[in-house]
Design a protein around this ligand. Structure first.
Ligand code: URA
Length: 246
């Protein structure tokens, strides 16, 4: 795990400037690495399960779960997906992010957060002092909702056991919920993200994981003026992690 930047005094300002720089689109950064129910859907002819490179006999619990998810038919999203976008990153990450669900780029590649919002998320992670492969990234639903619509309640519910198990296995020290869908799905609260963001909370069932809801990077692409608020939220998370390291 890389060192988190120091946040006191002039250094704090330097880190904020780096965050601003790294979250401005087009700035080059060093490359780091209608309602559907929960009916089971038959597999489309010829669909190959996405490969993680792990053998089916792997005793890695995250890979075993990935394998299970890769052939999931628990909701209607299975019928239109190209790939199941399970999640990626360090299986022992101290820091985990949860977004809403795959978009077109993620559906095509099988990887989370690789489109424009993903590029911004990668910059945010870098500004926090981490590389993408040092954190863990997942979504509320693992398959793309057609037209990038918000996943429906039944779809989120069908996918929730996968996400809950991912959180349990990774067992991060800090969890960042990106946007309304992630916050509502995991916290079970009805307030909007603008009310929830910036306040430490806990997910039911995971009392030991410090959790921070904040705006989704896609929202920041449309509303760049909210970047300062997100940075305030992320600074709190950095502070938690820094303190834990002592
Ligand atoms: N938005 C999300 O919430 N997740 C992704 O993986 C990509 C975009």
């Amino acid at each position: 795990m890389s060192q988190l930047p120091e946040l006191s005094g002039g250094e704090g300002l330097a880190v904020y400037l780096r965050y601003l720089q790294e979250t401005v689109p087009d700035l080059a950064l060093p490359k780091s690495s209608g309602r559907r129910g929960v009916e089971r859907v038959p597999p489309p002819a010829g669909e190959a399960p996405p490969s993680s490179g792990a053998s089916p006999s792997s005793n890695d619990p995250l890979e075993a779960l990935r394998s299970e998810a890769s052939v999931c038919r628990l909701c209607g999203l299975a019928a239109t997906r190209t790939h199941v976008v399970f999640g990626e990153g360090d299986p022992h990450a101290a820091l985990m992010f949860v977004g809403e669900g795959p978009g077109a780029d993620e559906d095509a590649s099988g990887r989370p957060f690789v489109g424009r919002a993903g590029e911004l998320l990668t910059r945010m992670i870098a500004a926090m002092g981490y590389r993408r492969d040092q954190v863990y990234i997942a979504n509320v639903v693992k398959c793309r909702p057609p037209g990038n619509r918000v996943p429906e309640e039944a779809e989120r519910a069908a996918c929730k056991p996968y996400l809950a198990r991912q959180i349990e296995i990774v067992s991060p020290r800090a969890l960042v919920l990106l946007g309304q869908t992630a916050a509502a799905s995991l916290l079970g609260r009805s307030e909007g993200i603008s009310k929830l963001r910036g306040q430490e909370t806990r997910i039911p069932g995971f009392p030991g994981i410090r959790t921070m809801p904040t705006y989704h990077p896609a929202y920041l692409l449309r509303n760049p003026s909210a970047k300062g608020q997100v940075w305030e939220d992320l600074k709190q998370v950095m502070d938690w992690l820094e303190k834990e390291r002592g």
